[in-house]
Design a protein around this ligand. Structure first.
Ligand SMILES: [Zn+2]
Length: 440
């Protein structure tokens, strides 16, 4: 893979980064004490009267959490640290599982967001001059405008298609020769299926990279998207409460874990039950503090997402810690015969069953205790791929295509068990638990 440009802060020594984080965490605490009464009271209860009371980054564990319930309780603007008139933009979450949460941005917040998105997209392999097809919805959802701003900032040519009208998506991808697509992973797969229905395949498009976010996706789903669209699938992580997309992203070269923009977001992993910090590499609930936000600064925001953090340097040259794939949501976890099991693992396991192909991502509701399957049994996947290839030409490895390499697959051949260890999915215990779940 061609190396992506790495800025100074992305490759800074960890000590320098931690010093910057401490300085900014103190600033965050001072801002909250001054401007957000509900958080001020909690900080006072924790014995914190000024930003200087935070002696080291380890002191973060003494500070109070914030949650989605806080945003709902103080809906719509009760947690703002600036007068409402200073907002230049408002976005809102979809409100899944409750009332929508509203987030606001000052002009400087928008600039910060645009900058981290441009950095993330560079990390994902988007280069100036590339033609970018943005199939994320424009509107209250942060995906459309967030990706749009970042891509424009780095100098790409943006086609603001938004979501829906899938036939038009296929036509534009084909006619404009987009090299990059932004979408949710399930919508990318939907576009891939529409492409096949039109008798077209990846070789009819010019796509090289897809940057997908907005919902968790499994490695198996990513592989299905890569086959359908002929690109390298890169994960973007974010949440509107932090800023939107732009919190973390995979580097195109390595694609093992997503680099967190730690100069803007302080990341922790805590025990989902007790809230106690967990050591590096341990899986738990992701918690973020905004280090540079003006309008809606949040301290130790509990995301509900289950993942791990790895501060080891990456082969791409970045020293920013990497978060593992989001395994699921805290409130979706099942315990089957003593083993923790998330719906995403059901999807991952199903996609390893021969003859099963994904139509869209599995969406599962723990509250409703229902499973809405989005899979189709098909034994024609391989043959249809072969049919789309020109007679006599072997089907190319999509990863090799994205890198410009003509060699064989650039992903090392690993056993299924080893692959499970690398990506953190599908251990034997989980596969057994899944079988039990199906039997029940
Ligand atoms: Zn990397």
């Amino acid at each position: 893979m061609p190396a992506t440009a790495v800025s100074d802060v992305e490759r800074a020594p960890r000590e320098r980064l931690r010093a910057l984080q401490l300085e900014r965490l103190r600033g965050l605490v001072a801002r909250l004490l001054e401007a957000v009464p509900v958080t001020r009271e909690r900080l006072h209860n924790a014995g914190v009267r000024s930003g200087e009371d935070v002696g080291s980054l380890d002191d973060v564990r003494r500070l109070p959490f914030s949650t989605k319930a806080d945003l709902r309780e103080h809906y719509p603007f009760g947690l703002l640290a600036v007068p409402r008139e200073e907002l230049v933009r408002v976005h809102a979450s979809s409100g899944t599982g409750g009332k929508a949460t509203v987030v606001g941005y000052t002009r400087r917040d928008l600039d910060t967001w645009t900058e981290v998105m441009a950095r993330c997209l560079t990390t994902a392999g988007v280069r100036p001059g590339m033609l970018v097809h943005n199939a994320n919805g424009y509107g209250l959802f942060t995906g459309g405008l967030g990706f749009h701003q970042g891509a424009e900032r780095l100098g790409a040519t943006v086609v603001p298609v938004s979501g829906g009208f899938t036939e038009r998506q296929v036509t534009l991808l084909h006619d404009l020769r987009a090299q990059v697509i932004f979408a949710t992973p399930s919508y990318a797969l939907h576009i891939g299926n529409a492409l096949a229905e039109h008798g077209l395949g990846p070789d009819d498009l010019a796509l090289e990279v897809g940057v997908f976010g907005g919902e968790p996706w499994t490695p198996a789903m990513g592989a299905a998207i890569e086959r359908a669209l002929g690109l390298a699938a890169v994960n973007m992580y974010g949440l509107s409460e932090m800023i939107g997309p732009g919190v973390a992203v995979q580097c195109l070269e390595v694609r093992e874990g997503s680099h967190v923009n730690e100069d803007h977001f302080l990341a922790e992993v805590v025990d989902p039950q007790t809230g106690e910090p967990l050591p590096d590499g341990a899986e738990g609930e992701l918690v973020f503090s905004t280090l540079t936000k003006e309008a809606l600064p949040l301290l130790r925001y509990r995301t509900g997402d289950i993942a791990s953090l790895d501060p080891a340097p990456c082969a791409c040259g970045r020293t920013l810690a990497r978060m593992g794939a989001v395994r699921g949501r805290r409130d979706e976890m099942l315990i089957v015969r003593g083993v923790n099991l998330y719906p995403s693992e059901v999807e991952h396991t199903l996609l390893h069953v021969e003859g099963v192909r994904p139509i869209t991502s599995l969406w599962w509701s723990a509250r409703r205790r229902s499973t809405s399957s989005r899979f189709a049994a098909s034994r024609s996947t391989e043959t249809s791929t072969a049919r789309r290839s020109a007679p006599g030409s072997p089907t190319r490895c999509v990863s090799a295509r994205a890198s410009g390499s003509r060699s064989s697959c650039c992903r090392p051949a690993v056993s299924r068990a080893a692959r499970g260890r690398r990506c953190g999915w599908s251990t034997t215990a989980r596969a057994d638990a899944f079988a039990d779940f199906l039997e029940d």
